[in-house]
Design a protein around this ligand. Structure first.
Ligand code: AMP
Ligand code: GLY
Length: 424
């Protein structure tokens, strides 16, 4: 089989790495890919939003399966376009991807189908939003309705800060059209978990549990990022919490999408807040989480290709997933300035030494090749991921590899996985 992976981040490098191991696969392409995927696949100079070019390539190269990594092409309708041309593709349709593409839609779906979530309101009018904020009180959470690369959420400590955030979003200054509508919601406390499933719209195959680290600095301090590290399994997801998440969150959401005429196929990612044995849903994503995908795929024992293909064919019956008992930890190494404006073009050293370590894989995200050398080219640059017999060993393995790698201004958290250790 020939497989095309769309995207160019750590998630896509992990997907290419896993897919390339399948005995069913003869060739992998990645568009646009990165220097990491180039070692395992043929990169194509096509951006993720150039749907017509992607289609033309897939059609001419007779691609057997396309796997879509990021949310943007899903929201643009890549799955509908490919299917209309008879091509097999893994991911939700445009109508189904709205579960991530509009937070207002997603919250309304949760409300309608009794999926536990924070109390909320949806606003396009500043005065009405201000009134809701004053009645609710701070801290309070303001979210841009549309896609904002994981950065459209403001946790406001005061009502004034919340009103300022709403004003910024509604005026179009903060996130353009994505902020022309806002969701304002109750502030939740607890511990977060990433709960991902693969579904054909009927059968639901849960992936192993995982936890992300959203904030830029140690101790969950500072602004939110796309994710600074992740590990799996996540002990916060006990068997009881797993059951609650399946019964109260994933099953009703997937049934609800079908009832709304938006049958859901692909990966559905629920961001959960767990507290006192209860679960609330922070958000849904229509794709694999990044960096969660990196430790999850390192732990996946089964060949992923039959599962992706079964979803593309709309029938997961008979498919199961097996996992390694080992734990996996991914430490994201980021460029100076991230999640704000960041430095680019710095030479990365130590990649070869890190690559020689056992049970460790360095997934590339924002890297580029310049004059034959690997340089930084994005906010999140690398996902250094290790397997270990325990979370502690996996943490040690990942940081041992991180210690070999450096560039001017490199930043990473030194406490990835600590929450798992605190629960041991
Ligand atoms: P979202 O993109 O909606 O998951 O929000 C990004 C991050 O903001 C989440 O992973 C949480 O860390 C935080 N967050 C979102 N909604 C809430 C909430 N209602 N209460 C507390 N934190 C939240
Ligand atoms: N790591 C969070 C996300 O992929 O949305």
């Amino acid at each position: 089989m020939k497989i095309l992976v769309i995207g160019g981040g750590g998630r896509e490098h992990a997907l290419v790495w896993k897919i390339a191991q399948s005995p069913l696969v003869s060739k992998v392409y990645c568009a646009p890919g990165n220097p990491g995927t180039a070692e395992l696949a043929e990169n194509l100079p096509i951006a993720v939003d150039q749907l017509d070019k992607l289609l033309a390539f897939a059609y001419e190269a007779k691609i057997d399966l396309t796997v879509v990594g990021p949310e943007q092409p899903l929201s643009l309708g890549i799955v509908d376009l490919f299917e209309a041309h008879g091509l097999k593709v893994f991911g939700p349709s445009q109508k189904a991807a709205l579960i991530e593409g509009s937070k207002a839609f997603s919250k309304d779906l949760m409300y309608k189908y009794n999926v536990p979530t924070a109390a909320y309101g949806v606003f396009t009018d500043l005065a009405e939003a201000e009134d809701f904020i004053k009645r609710t009180g701070a801290p309070i959470v303001v979210k841009a309705d549309g896609l904002a690369a994981g950065k459209g959420v403001i946790i406001a400590q005061t009502c004034e800060e919340a009103v300022d955030a709403v004003r910024d979003m509604l005026s179009g200054n903060a996130f353009g059209a994505a902020g022309s509508r806002v969701v304002i919601e109750e502030f939740l406390t607890g511990e977060e978990a990433s709960f991902l499933v693969i579904t054909d719209g009927k059968k639901i195959l849960p992936l192993a549990s995982a936890q992300d680290h959203k904030a830029i600095f140690d101790g969950d301090q500072g602004p939110n990022t796309g994710g600074m590290g992740a590990y799996s399994p996540a002990p916060v997801v006990t068997p009881a919490i797993h059951d609650i998440a399946m019964r109260q969150v994933l099953q009703p959401a997937i049934d609800g999408m079908a009832a709304e005429g938006r049958p859901y196929r692909g990966v559905l990612y629920a961001g959960l807040m767990v507290k006192d044995g209860e679960v609330k849903t922070l958000e849904f994503n229509a794709r694999f989480g990044d960096p969660e995908c990196q430790p999850l795929l390192m732990r996946m024992k089964s060949d992923i290709v039959p599962v992706l293909l079964a979803v593309a064919n709309g029938d997961l019956a008979g498919c199961e997933l097996e996992w390694h008992d080992k734990a996996a930890v991914c430490v994201v190494m980021a460029a100076e300035g991230y999640p704000g404006e960041y430095r680019k073009g710095d030479r990365i050293s130590g990649l070869d030494a890190a690559a020689g370590l056992d049970d460790t894989y360095v997934f590339h995200a924002g890297t580029a090749t310049k004059e034959g050398l690997c340089v930084t080219n994005g906010g999140r640059v690398l996902g250094v991921t290790s397997l270990g017999a325990t979370v502690r060993e996996a943490i040690n393995g990942a940081y041992r590899a991180v210690a070999h790698i450096t560039w001017p201004g490199v930043q990473y958290r030194s406490d990835i996985g600590r929450k798992a250790l605190d629960r041991l």
